[in-house]
Design a protein around this ligand. Sequence first.
Ligand code: SAH
Length: 397
Amino acid sequence: MKQEMTVKVNDKFKAAYAAGYPLIEKEALMDTQMLKEEGALLRLTDAQGRFLARGYYGKQNKGLGWIWTRNEEESIDQAFMERKLAKSINRRQPYFDDPATTAFRVVNGEGDGFGGLTIDYYAGYYLLSWYSEGIYTFKADIIAALQNVVEFKGIYEKKRFDTKGQYIEDDDFVAGERGEFPLIVKENGMNYAIYLNDGAMTGIFLDQRDVRRTIRDTYAKGKTVLNTFSYTGAFSVAAALGGAAKTTSVDLAKRSSSKTIEQFSVNGIDYEQQDILVMDVFNYFKYAKRKELKFDMVILDPPSFARSKKYTFSTSKDYTNLMREAIAITEKNGIIVASTNSASFGMKKFKGFIDKAFKEEGKKYSIVEEFTLPADFRVQKEFKEGDYLKVLFLKLK
Ligand code: SAH
């Protein structure tokens, strides 16, 4: 049994927890001194000691932990995890039923009442990502519950915490049978090669599914496409399958080249007809300007923060400049796909960065598509901040 501690919530936050706010924030607690043991159960009460909610202590950059339940009678055990998991899995039934898509999210952290944990499904395999030491202390109950709730080939995990919040290298295998990697998953009929045993990332970001489909189905045909920060080239594959005249993928990481070749190959696309460049995007922009290259479509999906030998990029400071570079090499009537996964600002501010860039370049545009997280990346209405994804398709006039 886990120990449980009572912590009092400031009056200002009382109503929020009573209404279902899921994050335990430092500012909300009257005293945080007793918070030492990661995973400890916390009984949140108002100043008078009246029960509000039960959660756990697990430090992340977002806060001090997450709420499990607002029902005082409910104990946090394997049966609790089973009820909650079954509910999350049931909500994804339409995805399980669709043979054209075999990779999707089944538990999206606090959006499914599991703050600090995500679970993704990859063609028979389940991948758990733990975001704090605290949530990891619930592992035995959660894994046992999962094994009772779903059929699976194998279960893998990623520990996405250490004192610096980074990925911990470890054997990622948990239960069932080990997979053979790459595992080929389907997404709206496209193939993607993924790895559950090779670092923090799997090779594809599932939250961009709708964006990839839209590129393929609506915007790629006959177009020249530049995919910057291309990683394994997932957007390039979608564009090529949509009939793009040619794709150019640019990423700084050395392994991005072989990974992109692999993604093209598992889709039967001749990668030699595509350009795959290992270089700094900012150098590529300079090169493209010098050569007077222009593209019909430019995709921008930078990490929230990146440092290369020459440049430091932080989305909130530098998106406008990045956009200006993209605008300069996009054809008239062309499309820019502007994406960010930065949780530190919302859609309104993002649109502001973009608008500023167009004004500074003296160009006009319209927004033709707008995306946030897809339905499997469930967001709780009391915690809209959980929807970090922002993607806009912009048409140059
Ligand atoms: N758009 C991709 C995901 C991008 S992840 C997709 O949808 O799959 C961010 C990528 O940016 C990483 O692969 C990283 O290597 C790359 N990156 C970071 N800084 C870069 C830079 N200055 N130039 C080129 N690539 C960079």
